[in-house]
Design a protein. Structure first.
Length: 288
């Protein structure tokens, strides 16, 4: 329903369409961020054959194909999907165009933060997995681009007496862990990493965001062209490190498995044979 939509889906698609011709400018950065997520594949002995790449923009599918997998690349933009490196599929995680149990691996690298119904999208992605299939995702969380958000808000407030939203709202880490459980994933894990980016020219930050298809797509965004000096003044206010503007990405990494009978199950409540008090006492005695 419109009243619960935070993002303009058509704007997200337009930004991705435009970015299909500029994505090479940020390919190294996207590949580095994707590699941090894909490294988690080395923590399991599972061997995957059929993978879904959700919005990877060319940073995921080639790496999965190098591991011998069949890969489908899903993106809201048909143009972006066609250059992502897998079999292209135009579509969105909220309206997944695949039959249940089509894949044994789903990777969503920096793509789920433009989804209006994230709980519903996670449920659909889980349903697209076969039993004991793996879901891996990274997405920006609270703390990402905070200095840019503050600088833009304060500068625009000084100029116009008020500010319009220009940076997306992000969930916090606890939200991510709860969403995995709510979507029905088994063995859910959510952890975070801070990544600092340094820019000699702060304008390059905005160029990178645009090149990656990350321009403002909030439904409540101001559609008017801002003052020409808004961004230069705001960017000059971003804290610097050794003469370079510093911005932070705070990424959550989500891991969950599609339920399967072979997976370990938690013991029923009350089934423990040793009380917590006794366990702590034995641990204390063992350290003496």
């Amino acid at each position: 329903m419109d009243e619960i939509e935070i993002f303009d889906r058509m704007a997200v698609r337009r930004h991705r369409d435009r970015a299909a011709s500029t994505i090479d400018k940020v390919a190294d950065l996207l590949a580095d961020l994707a590699e941090r997520l894909l490294d988690r594949l080395d923590d399991t002995t599972h061997r995957f054959t059929d993978a879904l790449d959700v919005g990877g923009r060319g940073s995921v599918a080639p790496a999965l194909r190098a591991r011998g997998m069949n890969v489908v690349s899903l993106d809201p933009s048909a143009r972006m999907a066609s250059c992502a490196g897998g079999v292209p599929a135009a579509g969105e995680a909220e309206f997944l165009p695949f039959a249940p149990q089509s894949f044994d691996l789903v990777i969503a690298s920096l793509s789920l933060h433009w989804v209006n119904d994230l709980p519903g999208a996670l449920i659909q992605l889980r349903q697209a997995l076969r039993p004991d299939g793996l879901f891996l995702a990274s997405l920006p969380i609270l703390g990402t681009l905070d200095t840019l958000r503050s600088a833009l808000t304060e500068t625009e407030a000084d100029f116009a007496g008020g500010a319009s939203p220009r940076i997306s709202p992000f969930p916090d880490l606890r939200d991510c862990a709860a969403l995995l459980q709510r979507a029905g994933f088994a063995l859910p894990v959510a952890d975070a990493e801070d990544i600092d980016l340094l820019y000699a020219n702060p304008i390059a930050l905005l160029r990178d965001l645009r090149a990656a298809g990350e321009s403002n797509a909030l439904r409540l965004r101001n559609r008017l062209i801002p003052r020409r000096d808004l961004f230069p003044v705001a960017l000059a206010a971003i804290p610097s490190h050794e003469g370079r503007a510093k911005v932070r990405l705070r990424l959550a990494y989500l891991t969950g498995w599609s339920p399967a009978p072979s997976q370990p199950k938690p013991l029923p409540r009350g089934s423990a044979q040793v009380s917590l008090v006794e366990a702590l006492h034995q641990h204390t005695q063992g350290r003496k």
